[in-house]
Design a protein around this ligand. Structure first.
Ligand code: ADP
Ligand code: TRP
Length: 332
């Protein structure tokens, strides 16, 4: 079994990324599967054209992943741009993709609805994502629920290629969603997302964290009033961190009255401090050793490219893409 997932380096990672994706990536390391996790920097180009920012965010995602427990000896952590064959595969897949399939893309439709002009990269974003997945012959793709459509498109394209080739050139991937944390709310109660400006960064701490938690929108019930935990964003976030027992205890306090939203936010901050304490320390340490992190990524990139090469070789051969280049870096 091959597991693969990616995260865009487009800003600070947040609790949605953690509970929807990263946590299960770290947990799956203990399974005997071969796992690939990558930093989707080509995808981020659809929204970031500042080279320095993209490079910095990319290294930050690697540091955050490692700090949160990803172990580069158990899985392959790499930069998408270290497997440039992905863009070649994306081109081949684009010739199988009806325009109408891309027009249904949620991210693309959102941009249009906001009155913005999407670039072609955003339009064909799902094709590049399909290439990421298919090039490693992935079986399982652990992601947040918002990625459902993109995985569906990857499956669809894999089937179209196989149908055309009359053989199983592509492995059909399955998405994998978490039960708890598939849709983490942001400070405004809507889905947490970098583009919505409602995120709680995983690595915020101290005063900065307190300030961010202070912006979580609640109703205006006074301290003494009884409150409904289920409809409260602070409580939904607490539930992600707390044991069932602790969560029940806090729910009881909400209902009883005399427990204000300030108390709940304080409890949330304590739970986050507990949960991320060790990861914060590891992150401080890794931040002082960027060269070591680059070494890990280099090794991961080599591994990933080695895995991608025979697949691309088979694709090129099948589609009659002649090549005169026999150098080992591009040939299987
Ligand atoms: P963003 O929407 O902030 O740009 P990404 O698109 O880079 O985040 O998402 C990276 C991973 O995190 C994906 O697997 C995605 O499904 C997951 N994810 C993002 N936001 C959330 C959320 N609010 N709840 C659950 N999972 C999320
Ligand atoms: N689109 C994903 C996101 O925004 C990132 C991504 C790119 C990805 N390629 C992927 C996720 C391949 C899983 C598999 O979160």
């Amino acid at each position: 079994m091959i597991t693969l997932s990616g995260i865009q380096p487009s800003g600070q990672l947040h609790l949605g990324n953690y509970f929807g994706a990263i946590r299960q990536h770290v947990e799956r390391q203990t399974t005997p599967d071969e796992s690939f996790y990558f930093i989707a920097n080509y995808h981020s180009l659809t929204s970031i054209h500042e080279g320095d920012s993209l490079a910095k965010y990319s290294l930050d995602v690697a540091i955050d992943y490692l700090a949160l427990g990803l172990d580069a000896t158990k899985c392959t952590l790499y930069l998408q741009s270290d497997v440039p064959e992905t863009t070649e595969l994306a081109w081949i897949l684009s010739t199988f993709s009806p325009v109408s399939l891309m027009e249904k893309g949620v991210a693309y439709k959102d941009k249009i609805a906001q009155g913005l002009t999407p670039n072609i990269g955003l339009f064909t974003y799902p094709i590049l994502q399909a290439a990421d997945i298919l090039i490693m012959q992935s079986n399982v793709v652990p992601v947040g629920e918002d990625q459902k459509q993109n995985i569906e498109i990857a499956r669809d394209l894999a089937q179209k290629v196989n149908h055309s080739a009359q053989k199983e050139l592509c492995t059909i991937p399955e998405p994998m969603f978490v039960e708890k944390g598939a849709n983490v709310p942001g400070t405004d109660g809507k889905k947490m997302s970098k583009s919505s400006g409602n995120t709680i960064p995983i690595f915020a701490e101290g005063k900065a964290l307190k300030k961010t938690l202070g912006t979580i929108v609640t109703d205006s019930k006074g301290l003494d009033e009884s409150k409904d935990p289920e409809s409260c964003t602070v409580y939904r976030l607490i539930q992600l961190f707390a044991t069932d027992e602790k969560a029940d205890e806090i729910a009881e306090a909400y209902r009883a009255g005399g427990y204000g939203y300030g108390h709940a936010k304080q409890a949330l901050q304590e739970l986050m401090d507990d949960h991320f304490g060790e990861a914060r320390e590891r992150r401080h340490d890794l931040s002082t050793r960027p060269d070591d992190v680059m070494d890990l990524l280099r090794e991961g990139g080599r591994n990933a490219r080695k895995k991608a090469a025979p697949f691309m070789e088979a694709m090129r051969e099948h589609f009659g893409l002649l090549t005169t280049d026999t150098s080992p870096s591009v040939r299987a």
